[in-house]
Design a protein around this ligand. Structure first.
Ligand code: HEC
Length: 507
């Protein structure tokens, strides 16, 4: 008889508007007063319908247990070597060959891993076993009496699940969700990058309020940019200001968008705060979903895809950086040097490095393939908002809420150029263009272009543009939230807090 299951019930409160504010808080953007209703397909930049809105309702609840630490990093965790002893010591008196409370036998591998869903290969956060041993509810937590399982035991069990439920060191990982995804290296692709054609029609949710542009990115190979909307990703030509169409993102709000180096794939990461987080890879030409990796109990706020398309790195509110294989969805490495939310992750174009930044201003440089530690980069005193690599992989730029932009030499972690007052009040984004120029934007409402040597070349004001176009609204200071430079380096595009895009020529 299969054991009876009951899921952890989350205390649910329906809070209209929480989504807007919750996600705005990811960026630290606070909007005052009532926002006016806007038509969904208001035109901007000529023919692009780019106005955003929000869903009327969402639910909030307690986070279920995300994995915290990973003490057993590197070692192979198996049922015989680790898990059996933990279950024997703590569970088998009531769930063994003798007594079988709830019809559950935890004394052998076959019964623990049967089809009942107690454990799901590759997904500890979706495994009922983890729910019961980490529950804080009286009457639900197992074992029902005495102390809960020690954290190390919980970590070991999670790792055993996430690495594929091996029985012993001779067994292979249980088949994880197969993604049917084939990586292609950027170098395999010659010719121009993918351009969307005939994207399927998307039904947009009519929304009441403007939604800030929380993610914006450009292909390095073709005139294609992507911009976040609620439940959708809009694709457009940043140079000709033409719309290609949109791709659905039912996971919620895309908080991160990045094109793969080949321009073939678009990575979208996000989700719903304290509910779920996911990374989805889309085919840029067709808009098809190719794969999804990661399974987080909270929206993913930072993610990138390696240049060979084999790895996805995600930054979590659990302070961890995780590397997933795009081919089988397995967790390849967990990196735990950050002591606060991981707010930015970026692979170098040559794949050698991964740079990651956090909410208290620390940056770490890792080996881009193994996740091994290379260097800490410390200069920022507040949250790192963005990291961007120069196309030669020699320099990574960081943008901080402390107002500073830093150009780092990755050889030794030396800050080659540091601009402490790049944007008064905080820098919100930075992106390199193809010729080494850097675009930044910040709380001073400016978009700036910096030369390859780190000199300020020019600045544009989003507020001016917004007032000319009549986009400004009472109670809202129009701030540029994201910037990107088109693949030919000619055009800079900024998204703003009211969901509009602005563009200028790069000098
Ligand atoms: C002292 C006896 C006892 C021990 C020890 C014990 N359990 Fe239980 N367990 C129970 C009883 C009784 C139930 C049935 C409770 C119910 O149905 O409300 C149960 C039910 C369960 C269920 C199914 C209930 C659900 O929520 O779906 C799971 C899974 C479970 N136990 C796992 C474990 C694990 C894992 C351990 C060891 C870490 C453990 N138990 C240790 C007595 C025990």
């Amino acid at each position: 008889m299969p054991p009876q299951r009951h899921r952890l019930t989350l205390p649910v409160s329906s809070v209209a508007g929480l989504l807007f504010f919750g996600l705005s808080m990811v960026l630290g953007l606070y909007v005052v007063g009532g926002l006016s209703v806007c038509a969904q397909d208001e035109m901007m930049m000529g023919q692009m319908g780019m106005s955003q809105g929000m869903m009327g309702q969402m639910t909030a609840g307690e986070k279920d247990s995300g994995d915290k630490d990973n003490d057993a990093k590197g070692k192979l965790v198996t049922y015989d070597d680790h898990v059996a002893a933990i279950l024997k010591k703590n569970c088998v008196t009531c769930h063994g060959d003798g007594k079988q409370e709830a019809g559950l036998n935890l004394s052998n591998y076959a019964d623990v891993t049967d089809e009942s869903g107690l454990v799901v290969a590759g997904r500890s956060s979706g495994s009922h076993l983890i729910d019961v041993i980490t529950s804080t509810e009286e009457g639900e937590r197992m074992p029902p009496e005495g102390d809960p399982l020690p954290a190390e035991a919980v970590t070991l069990i999670k790792q055993w699940i996430d690495t594929g439920l091996r029985e012993n060191s001779g067994s292979s990982a249980a088949s994880m969700r197969t993604l049917g995804f084939q990586a292609t290296s950027a170098t395999d692709e010659t010719g121009p990058g993918a351009v969307p054609a005939n994207l399927p029609k998307v039904t947009r949710t009519k929304t009441q309020r403007r939604f800030p542009v929380l993610a914006l990115a450009s292909s390095l190979r073709a005139p294609v940019s992507a911009m976040s909307g609620y439940g959708v990703i809009n694709l457009f030509d940043p140079i000709a200001s033409r719309r290609y169409g949109a791709i659905e993102f039912p996971e919620g709000e895309p908080l991160v968008l990045n094109f793969s180096q080949s321009g073939r794939l678009l990575l979208a990461a996000g989700g719903k705060p304290v509910q779920n987080g996911a990374v989805v890879l889309f085919d840029v030409a067709t808009g098809k979903r190719l794969a999804s990796v990661g399974d987080e109990p909270d929206a993913i706020i930072a993610a990138d895809i390696s240049p060979d398309e084999k790895l996805v790195a995600i930054g979590c509110t659990s302070r961890l950086v995780k590397l997933y294989s795009t081919e089988d969805g397995s967790l390849k490495a967990t990196m735990d040097k950050h002591t606060d939310w991981v707010t930015a992750v970026a692979f170098s174009p040559d794949g050698k490095y991964l740079a990651t930044g956090d909410r208290i201003g620390n940056i770490h440089l890792w080996d881009g393939a193994s996740g091994g530690v290379i260097l800490p980069l410390s200069e920022h005193t507040k949250s790192v908002r963005a990291l961007s690599w120069r196309s030669d992989s020699g320099v990574v730029a960081s943008a901080g809420e402390d107002g500073t932009v830093v150009w780092w030499d990755v050889k030794d972690g030396w800050p080659l150029v540091s601009k402490p007052n790049a944007h008064a009040g905080g820098v919100l984004d930075c992106r390199f263009g193809p010729q080494g120029k850097l675009a930044t934007c910040g709380r001073d409402a400016a978009v700036k272009i910096w030369s390859a040597e780190g000199k300020e070349l020019t600045q544009f004001s989003v507020a001016d543009k917004a007032s000319v176009k009549g986009h400004s609204q009472p109670g809202i200071r129009v701030l540029p939230t994201r910037v990107t430079i088109a693949q030919d380096g000619s055009t800079v595009v900024a998204g703003d807090i009211t969901g509009h895009l602005h563009k200028w020529q790069v000098p």
